[in-house]
Design a protein around this ligand. Structure first.
Ligand SMILES: [Zn+2]
Length: 484
């Protein structure tokens, strides 16, 4: 680097230090800048006339006007003086600052000394060298800024929590800095989240859950409240779609890895919940729920149409009727029969094993492993592309291929999860007294059990219109169980 020969004879030195807002936190203090400059002046034999300091903090852009120190320099510097700064990047972190100092030095015919070199700014070489230093210093400041931003992105990537936690968690804050260090389950809210998930998995509608939460006066989170301060089903659905509850972090809707906070819900349960919540056939509105066990589920033995419940006030014994009127049977008796058969089967010791689709959980685990492996591979390649170790073209090809495989694996996972045993059936099959559990189920949950386990066909009566012959109602098992 070109520098002018150090001026001969003792020069009057003016030291200029700046307090900078160094995002890396590694900046030299004003005192240490001054000490180094004084040491250098001493070595050069320059008497120090004055030390001038500017405070950079809080200023967006450097300008002479709002720098009292800079204005002091303008008053102070005389031809033949030397302005001493610690280093280029300390004196000027942007080009405006450089230009102001350079022009001041050139105008006053003073030398400028930093980093062990002394420049006469009226020479082209010195202007080029110092200008280059200013550019490099500005670039360094940019790099520091980028490094800080990268640190923030890395925090997101490592799953460190940022920002406000979702309902159910509370922030753990650094007492000194007030920064959020982690999320932990909120002792009041976390059990509410777990209860909501369990109830929706067991077949309750969001409306039913919301009504109950309001009835018990459980405070709704800010984001859930309507004007009346009560819970809202549609917002609850959005809340439950957050993978944070499974301890996962997401990017643009895709799970990209583990979060650094504890899960409130097992991943398997959360996945099943998503399938329930996104099922378009699910009625989430407050509209009419089916009120009868078999309407729309049992079918006519003659034409195959579903039966409907027929029970106007004028009819003494409500009936299930074929839509085309081929068959009809007293609803109460058919309900009793189907319930008795289902509960008898669920009471058998092998129920839990027999009524769970074989291999279903293995398929689910295999699909989940594959999704995890592919996601990790995609992440590795993204890193490699970001660091330049593979080309953008190669990455685009790899990304397309992995994404396609990932789509397939996710579809398989969804299918395997959906094919899993109904949570209500699992509860019944493992209960000591299934009949007692059944008593506590609402009609929707009961219908789910019937739908999962059996096909019910109502045949034409073999005993005339008055008699109920149980054998006319054929109950067949959908899954791994012999017919009773
Ligand atoms: Zn029919």
């Amino acid at each position: 680097m070109t520098s002018s020969p150090a001026p001969a004879g003792p020069l009057r030195a003016v030291i200029y230090t700046r307090v900078s807002q160094d995002p890396s936190g590694g900046g030299r203090s004003v005192t240490s800048q001054e000490t180094e400059c004084r040491t250098y002046c001493e070595r050069q034999g320059w008497p120090v006339a004055e030390v001038v300091t500017d405070n950079d903090r809080g200023a967006s852009r450097w300008s002479g006007a709002d720098r009292p120190g800079y204005r002091r320099l303008a008053d102070l510097l005389q031809p033949g003086d030397v302005l001493v700064t610690w280093e280029a990047s300390r004196a000027q972190r942007d080009l405006a600052a450089y230009v102001a100092l350079r022009d001041l030095c050139a105008d006053r015919e003073v030398f400028w000394s930093y980093s062990g070199r002394t420049y006469d700014l009226n020479t082209g070489d010195a202007r080029f060298s110092t200008g280059l230093d200013a550019l490099l210093a500005e670039r360094e400041a940019e790099l520091i800024r980028e490094r800080v931003l990268r640190g923030k992105r890395a925090a997101a990537k490592e799953g460190r929590p940022a920002g406000r936690p979702p309902y159910g968690y509370r922030p753990v804050k650094d007492a000194r800095t007030g920064k959020t260090l982690a999320w932990e389950p909120d002792p009041d809210q976390a059990p509410v989240v777990q209860e909501i998930v369990a109830r929706v998995l067991a077949g309750e509608s969001l409306w039913a859950v919301v009504r109950d939460l309001d009835r018990r006066e459980i405070p709704a989170p800010d984001t859930q409240r309507n004007a009346a301060g009560s819970w809202r089903p549609q917002r609850l659905r959005v809340m439950l779609s957050s993978a944070s509850y499974a301890g996962k972090r997401t990017h643009q809707g895709e799970i990209i890895g583990d979060g650094a906070w504890p899960a409130l819900v097992a991943l398997e349960d959360w996945e099943r919940l998503q399938i329930i919540l996104t099922d378009p056939s699910r009625n989430v509105g407050p509209g009419p729920e089916p009120k009868h066990l078999l309407s729309g589920l049992a079918v006519c033995g003659l034409c195959g149409s579903p039966v409907r419940y027929f029970g106007p006030k004028s009819v003494k014994s409500p009936r299930y009727l074929c839509e085309k009127n081929c068959v009809g049977r007293r609803a109460e008796l058919v309900d009793q029969l189907v319930t008795a058969v289902v509960l008898a089967r669920l009471s058998r010791p092998d129920a839990a094993v027999a009524l769970t689709p074989r291999g279903g959980n293995d398929d689910q685990a295999a699909a989940r492993d594959e999704v995890r492996t592919l996601t990790a591979r995609l992440e590795d390649f993204t890193e490699a592309a970001a660091s330049g170790s593979i080309s953008a073209t190669a990455f685009a090809r790899i990304e397309a291929s992995i994404t396609a495989q990932l789509d397939q694996a996710q579809a398989r996972l969804k299918a395997a999860t959906a094919g899993g045993v109904s949570p209500t059936v699992a509860t019944l099959a493992t209960a000591a007294d299934p009949a007692q559990v059944w008593e506590g189920l609402d009609i929707r949950a009961r219908r789910e059990v019937v739908k999962t386990l059996v096909n019910v066909t109502i045949n034409k009566s073999t005993g005339g219109t008055r008699r109920f012959i149980p054998e006319d109602v054929v109950i067949t098992w959908k899954t791994g169980a012999d017919h009773e």
